[in-house]
Write a protein that binds this ligand. Structure first.
Ligand code: FAD
Length: 879
């Protein structure tokens, strides 16, 4: 029967009469208000792109009260990818911000018809995600936990219950499923037209058949756009050009890197079943089969994410309006087989059409939002990774808030354009990466999975040396970083395949690296960290940095200061260490993924003054962290310099010679809480210094270590990391880092007012450490991050990171606790008593484990080896 179906398809595909009958499946004629024929000479905002994304941005900007908005669309509204969308609005997303966007979109689309009078085809059908394996079920349970604490109804159901909800599915290979009753279907083109209509009623001017050729920029700011119908001067430009966003970004004199790439994306449509399928039947998502199936006009619509996607338009070729691309039944065959396995009863069903349309993907599977780091006023919302309808409403809202208020109402860092740099925009990188990303949408993602493509792009000079010693690699911002070192004799292949939600194979390896950090000395290559030098001819550097950072940087030369770079609300835009090299120059070290964001933040706020210079010196220095009690011995033997606490106190920076190499910047800090030193080594000396350290270290038991050991050590010491625990919505007061704030440093700084208010009135969330009590490390699921935290049975927050502590022999989770009034739900101040007096549980994939909450680390275990800097880092000294 399967063959009959295929032969049926082949006959139809070859028959021109049938092709004519089916080629215009959906109308996309505009129902937006008529617009003036000539373009306005100026506007506040020009939005490029009339798909779901552009119309959502227009809708939300106009709702927020901006008036002077023009939306330009090269073809007709909603005639891009939006026209071909399968219309599934799905909230089951693993990343919290994506989940929030999808939930908002669903609610928005539900009331849009009432608001605009335009039919959107909204139908609450629910969705059922199927699990063919236990691991898949675990991943669904994790999502279900997140949905439930957000108030989105969701349950884990048995295969039998799934069959009751959808009579066509074959359940013989299933181990369970997740049911989300609130998920919906829409007609995506109609949703987009409804948003455009509402926007137009709010004053947005919409011009179809108007193509933006490039954006005009003066002195680093948007000043206008050039179109095929003339120029419009404007203050803001929003690139919502879907698969054209990359090219459009490159088209102006000031290029904007928008790393997106299109792939072909397929679904088939059938004629109605004999007994037409109800339109309200739940959508089936079968990630192990790589397919989704929804009802469509009495028949079905089924598409998927094949293992071998077809990237297209790598050379920048595209059309004005997307046409259905060529059918490719050979390519679709695995998805068709999966469909027939899941719904064998459909074998005799006649296929109407195989739809093939480009969709845009990004290097990390998350959409791209925000302002360009290089051109002010140039905003982007693109790269929807085949979830543009699910995200469109929420994403448009957050971007509009960003433009109007200066920042969205939620932490959108995971989506921020500034998480990328130009390094992710090479066409070859993008082409290879999206071929990995598209199948990954369905692949099972276990803790600590890594991308396999686009690797070895940025490497330390020690890469080959470390690789030869068994380094296992992961990647961050294009940089290869060591996870751990496989000892000689271990089965490498075996370790590479250790993909599990449970205790991983590297457990003992990392354990021995941790032990060495605690008892002897280890070296971790941390060259990927972002490094800037800021200097001036007079006092300008100090004055500017004092305003931009919360701690007091007017310290004696040679001192290192841990400080936050805060926003007006006191939230962390960056968390860094700054060394005062001399009276007028500073060396700043930030997390790896801060390279673009931090640069743009400083550039936009430092006075444009020829006497002030900032340089990104990341590539100039190899960074080695010497960790452990014997680090001091290794370094003193190599430098012939006294480095006892009297000569080299904690939080200190000195230029020293190490071996033959001069000019090594040595700082008495570590990122793990153990004693030790960071060595910033000019790259030409990297190999020499590394060899010297390893040779000298032999007698002190030195070995290499990786980031997994570092992670375990920093989490058991309660060290928060930016990007994981800290973000633009977390203040130093909320995470026990008041020591990074000098409210009375004699001059104003960004965020000061907000912090003063928190100091007086208390905080509404508190960073807390949890030790799992009844958790069996060998048998139970491991926490990762994003697990719900319950206090006295009520949800109070989520974990932000977790690790096994080899010292405590327990799992440690870090996360934020909030306090809501039990009756009104009102947010209340979180006091120390509130934290200390609760009974806590952490939910791992639906199973709750008891946890002990602590606001400070287990001091007795760590104090004997700690120096003042480590205690400061963890906030320990205030205990
Ligand atoms: C087969 C298929 C099925 C899908 N199914 C789903 C689904 O079920 N659920 C879901 O959530 N998502 C789904 N998606 C994804 C979703 O359709 C897209 O993510 C979404 O439509 C993208 O919207 P957009 O506005 O970014 O892009 P588009 O709709 O392509 O809009 C971009 C617009 O910009 C215009 N433009 C470009 N350059 C210029 C210029 N220089 N000047 C003027 N105008 C310009 C284009 O003409 C176009 O209209 C599916 C995608 C495909 C291909």
């Amino acid at each position: 029967m399967f063959l009959r179906l295929l032969s049926d398809v082949r006959w139809r595909a070859a028959n021109p009469r049938w092709r004519r009958m089916t080629c215009s499946r959906r109308s996309t004629s505009s129902t937006a208000e008529p617009h003036p024929i000539s373009l306005p000479a100026q506007a506040q905002v020009v939005i490029c792109g009339g798909g779901i994304v552009g119309t959502s941005v227009a809708y939300h900007l106009s709702k927020l009260g901006w008036k002077d908005i023009v939306l330009l669309e090269q073809g007709r509204l909603a005639a891009g990818t939006t026209r071909f969308c399968a219309g599934i609005v799905s909230t089951a997303r693993p990343v919290s911000i994506e989940l929030k966007m999808a939930d908002y979109s669903n609610k928005l689309y539900q009331q849009l018809e009432q608001e605009t009078g335009i039919k959107t085809g909204y139908m609450k059908t629910g969705s059922i995600s199927l699990a063919q394996t236990q691991d898949r079920l675990i991943s669904l349970k994790r999502i279900a936990s997140s949905l439930n604490v957000m108030g989105i109804p969701c349950e884990i159901i048995t295969p039998k219950q799934a069959a009751q909800l959808h009579p066509l599915i074959n359940i013989h290979d299933l181990v369970g499923a997740m049911y989300v009753p609130g998920d919906a279907l829409v007609s995506s083109a109609d949703v987009s037209l409804a948003l455009a209509t509402a926007a137009s009623r709010n004053g947005v001017q919409i011009h179809e058949r108007t193509s933006v050729s490039h954006v005009l920029v003066q002195k680093g700011r948007v000043t206008g756009v050039e179109t095929d119908r003339g120029q419009i001067s404007c203050q803001y430009f929003v690139n919502c050009a879907g698969q054209w966003a990359y090219e459009l970004g490159l088209s102006g004199e000031e290029q904007v890197s928008i790393p997106v790439h299109a792939c072909e994306h397929f679904y088939l449509l059938t004629y109605p079943l004999k007994e037409p399928l109800a339109s309200s039947i739940p959508t089936i998502v079968d990630p192990d089969g790589r397919i989704y199936i929804r009802s469509w006009q009495g028949g079905i619509l089924s598409g998927g994410f094949e293992k071998n996607p077809k990237p297209l338009f790598t050379e920048g070729r595209n059309q004005l309006e997307i046409q259905n691309l060529q059918e490719d039944w050979d390519h679709f065959e695995p998805l068709l087989s999966a469909l027939l396995r899941r719904m064998p009863g459909l074998e005799a069903l006649q296929i109407m059409q195989l739809v093939n349309c480009p969709e845009t993907f990004t290097p990390d599977m998350r959409c791209i939002m925000g302002e360009s780091p290089t051109v002010q006023g140039y905003f982007v919302l693109a790269g929807m990774n085949s979830a543009g309808i699910s995200y469109g409403g929420g994403a448009g809202k957050y971007l509009a808030e960003w433009m109007v208020n200066g920042y969205p109402s939620e932490n959108v860092w995971p989506l921020d354009l500034k998480r990328f740099g130009t390094l992710q925009s090479s066409r070859t990188f993008l082409r290879h990466r999206v071929m990995e990303v598209m199948p990954l949408i369905c692949d099972l993602k276990v803790p600590r999975w890594d991308f396999q493509t686009g690797r070895q792009l940025r490497t330390s000079p020690l890469y080959d040396r470390l690789d030869a010693q068994g380094a296992r690699w992961m990647e961050k911002h294009g940089f290869e970083r060591v996870k751990y070192f496989v000892p000689p004799g271990k089965d490498l292949l075996d370790l590479d395949q250790s993909k599990t939600f449970y205790k991983p194979d590297w457990f003992d390896i990392v354990g021995s690296e941790v032990k060495c950090c605690k008892e002897a000395v280890c070296v971790i290559d941390m060259s990927s960290f972002t490094k800037f030098e800021i200097s001036s001819t007079g006092d300008q550097a100090l004055e500017s940095l004092q305003y931009l950072f919360s701690n007091d940087l007017d310290v004696p030369v040679g001192h290192v200061v841990h400080t936050g770079m805060l926003n007006e609300k006191g939230g962390y835009e960056n968390d860094c260490s700054i060394a005062r090299l001399n009276k007028r120059s500073f060396f700043m070290i930030s997390p790896t993924d801060q390279q673009v964001h931090c640069w743009a933040w400083l550039k936009n706020r430092l006075p444009s003054n020829s006497s002030l210079a900032m340089e990104d010196v990341t590539w100039k220095y190899t960074a080695l962290n010497l960790i452990g009690p014997r680090a001091v011995d290794v370094l003193s033997e190599l430098s012939y310099a006294p480095i006892t606490p009297e000569h080299f106190p904690s939080l200190f920076c000195k230029e020293m010679s190490v071996g033959y190499a001069n000019g090594i910047r040595v700082m008495s800090i570590t990122h793990t809480g153990e004693p030790g030193f960071m060595l910033y080594i000019p790259i030409e000396y990297a190999l020499h210094v590394y060899n010297e350290v390893m040779n000298m270290g032999q007698k002190y038991g030195i070995r290499n270590a990786g980031y997994y050991a570092l992670r375990s050590l920093r989490i058991e010491k309660f060290f928060a990391f930016w990007g994981q625990d800290l973000d633009a919505f977390t203040t130093p007061m909320e995470c026990g880092r008041e020591f990074q704030v000098k409210l009375e440093k004699g001059m104003e700084f960004i965020g000061q007012e907000a912090l003063l208010e928190q100091k007086q009135n208390g905080v509404y969330k508190r960073f807390t450490m949890f030790i799992l009590e009844d958790h069996d490390t060998d048998m139970d699921l491991w926490p990762w991050w994003g697990e719900p935290i319950f206090r006295n049975g009520r949800y109070v927050g989520k974990t932000t990171s977790s690790a096994y502590s080899y010292t405590l022999e327990r799992h440690v989770c870090l996360g934020f606790v909030q306090h809501f009034d039990e009756k009104t739900g009102e947010e209340l101040v979180v006091t120390t008593d509130f934290i200390n007096q609760g009974e806590y549980e952490i939910d791992i994939a639906g199973q709750r484990f008891q946890a002990k909450a602590k606001l400070y680390p287990f001091s007795s275990l760590f104090t004997h080896r700690r120096r003042k800097d480590e205690m400061e880092l963890s906030g320990y000294q205030r205990e």
